[in-house]
Design a protein around this ligand. Structure first.
Ligand code: 4FV
Length: 221
């Protein structure tokens, strides 16, 4: 799977993506990551990518042309299937199911905005979907793009050591996670639930399911 990120800060995206699970996936060529900087497509001597908002108001708006040209170049990669996704608080809230569905695309072009936002005509012309990582405002879409890349990458075959691991992730089945414990058995007087030390896998599975159901009920009701 190929991720293309349109961003004014390529180093931010490339730097963060090359750690941990996503870094290993890139090393194993399960995932590729390419960045496109709209500033490289600005034609004036000041490399202008933003301008004042028509109608007035605070902050600047990202101009259409540099974004449009960057997406156009990203589309030169001949993918069987692709989506152009604009990350914004106005987008569809991302959930595990949405990200699992997105695994089918050969290429995801993620638009990371800055400033107050981007010209609506670019969104209408070039973006297939608009996704949000949460009902809050970030200073840039890069962290949102990295969130999407991380959460999708871990779902791809061959990325996680244990093929079942992603299947057991919280939210994989609409449930929150069960509690996890590791050595030592006693920490500051706090012990590990005895069932987890029993070696009885049926009992452990039953306990974990009950914990997940309980957590989900408590934290989502
Ligand atoms: C965001 C979000 C987000 C808004 C203005 C970038 C910022 C700036 N993206 N989910 N929440 N984006 O806050 O995806 O351009």
């Amino acid at each position: 799977m190929r991720f293309d990120v349109v961003t004014l800060f390529p180093e931010m995206v490339l730097g963060a993506a090359h750690y941990g699970v996503t870094g290993k996936a890139i090393e194993k060529n399960i995932v590729s990551l390419v960045t496109w900087n709209p500033r490289d497509y600005a034609t004036d001597k000041h490399k202008t990518v933003d301008d004042k908002s028509y109608g007035g108001g605070p902050g600047m708006v990202m101009k259409c042309m540099p974004l449009h040209q960057a997406v156009s170049d990203a589309k030169q990669y001949s993918a069987q299937s692709r989506r152009v996704v604009f990350l914004s608080p106005q987008g569809r809230p991302i959930k595990q199911a949405l990200l699992a569905d997105a695994c089918c695309y050969e290429q995801l072009i993620l638009i990371a905005g800055r400033y107050e936002g981007v010209d609506q005509r670019f969104i209408d012309l070039d973006c297939d979907e608009e996704w949000s990582v949460g009902d809050y405002v970030l200073s840039g879409g890069e962290l949102a793009a990295l969130t999407v890349i991380d959460a999708i990458t871990r779902l791809l075959p061959g990325v996680l050591g244990d093929a079942d691991s992603a299947k057991q992730d919280s939210h994989a089945h609409g449930l929150l996670d069960f509690p996890h414990y590791t050595r030592p058995e006693c920490f500051n007087g706090l012990t590990v639930p005895a069932v987890l030390l029993s070696g009885n896998h049926a009992d452990i599975q039953r306990w974990r399911t009950k914990q997940a159901l309980g957590n989900t009920w408590l934290k989502t009701s």
